[in-house]
Design a binder for this molecule. Structure first.
Ligand code: DAH
Length: 333
């Protein structure tokens, strides 16, 4: 090998080594592209070396050409390998950045739940809907007529004292019971009637463990030909069994102006009897007031205290807990 050939071969070898090192040190694809242009481009070092071929013997020229090709190929394959590695690293980095850690705990948003009063209204309503009743509602602000007069409360009747309420400046009142909805419904519908009427009521009651000035009732009313007290009693028993299962109950004679005869129903709560509803056979005067013929139709009705039903079902010791908005209490339902 001539000295000139050796020199050029050494130059090519050092280009190869330099390129190899530079490629190994790159860590971006842009940098890699710059190195490709630098080492393999037309203005790169290899064509420069080949420019020195003129000094060589004619016999050495093909050898240096072959050597130059080898170096080019070596650089090219280093470059390819490096590019593959960098691309894989890039994908890996992207995957890591976009990974969703499904074991991470989620964002916690406290979820509300049904208040025990609303829950009880729903339960009661559902049971009666299951017995074929439809839901009816009326306003909380009432006239004296719907709340008292049409329900057979005479103006000076002492029964009004038990249901004293808030009298509004315009002469309206806040309804003391859901019985007013009976009248509103019957005025606009013909018998047969089977309705369930949930709603909020107001009374001038002294608040204690079992009384509240604002409370809830669910009223039921059935009017048809041939209904008797047996139908009332059977309906109430089936209802209470559905709601509470087997609990001791008792029917106690009572008085309401709008029913005759009337009864109150008690269930066991905290070792004593708690009144949970009033009921009775619809008084003929009420049927007359809405234009039904009491010689043809009879009916039964009941109005139950929602809070009290909830107190019995959930063994709540004081009605006031239902209104305190104490989450420690409410979260138990
Ligand atoms: N309205 C009565 C009250 O609030 C309860 C009641 C008694 C409703 C007898 C009725 C009934 O429908 O027939 O005390």
């Amino acid at each position: 090998m001539t000295v000139q050939l050796q020199e050029l071969a050494a130059q090519l070898e050092s280009i190869r080594q330099e390129a190899q090192q530079a490629l190994a040190a790159t860590d971006s694809l842009e940098q890699l592209e710059q190195l490709r242009v630098k080492y393999l481009g037309k203005k790169g070092p290899i064509p420069q070396v080949l420019g020195g071929m003129a000094k060589l013997d004619a016999a050495d020229r093909p050898r240096i050409g072959a050597l130059a090709n080898e170096v080019k190929e070596a650089i090219q394959s280093d470059l390819d390998r490096r590019r593959t590695a960098l691309q894989a690293a890039q994908i890996q980095a992207q995957l890591e950045a976009e990974t969703l850690d499904i074991t991470m705990s989620g964002v916690y948003r406290p979820q509300g739940r049904i208040h025990p009063i609303n829950g009880m209204m729903d339960r009661v309503t559902d049971i009666f809907v299951g017995l074929g009743y439809t839901v009816a509602e009326g306003p909380e602000m009432e006239t004296d007529y719907y709340n008292f007069e049409a329900l057979n409360f005479l103006h000076d009747h002492p029964a009004r004292d038990m249901q004293d309420t808030l009298y509004l400046p315009d002469g309206n009142i806040m309804r003391t019971h859901t019985s007013s909805v009976q009248i509103r419904y019957m005025e606009t519908n013909e018998p047969p009637v089977r309705i369930v009427m949930p709603g909020r009521c107001y009374r001038r009651d002294t608040v204690d463990a079992t009384h509240s000035a604002v409370f809830h009732q669910v009223e039921i009313l059935a009017v048809d030909e041939g209904l008797t007290f047996t139908d009332l009693k059977g309906t109430i028993k089936v209802f209470l069994e559905q709601l509470f299962g087997e609990v001791p109950i008792r029917f106690r004679p009572s008085f309401f102006p709008f029913t005759e005869p009337s009864a109150e129903v008690d269930v066991q709560w905290k070792g004593r009897w708690l009144e949970i509803m009033g009921c009775g056979m619809v008084d003929p005067n009420v049927l007359k007031a809405v234009g039904y013929d009491p010689e043809v139709y009879t009916g039964f009705a009941a109005g139950m205290g929602v809070e009290r039903l909830a107190m019995v079902l959930h063994q709540i010791d004081d009605i006031r807990r239902l209104y305190t908005s104490d989450l420690r209490f409410l979260q138990q339902f």
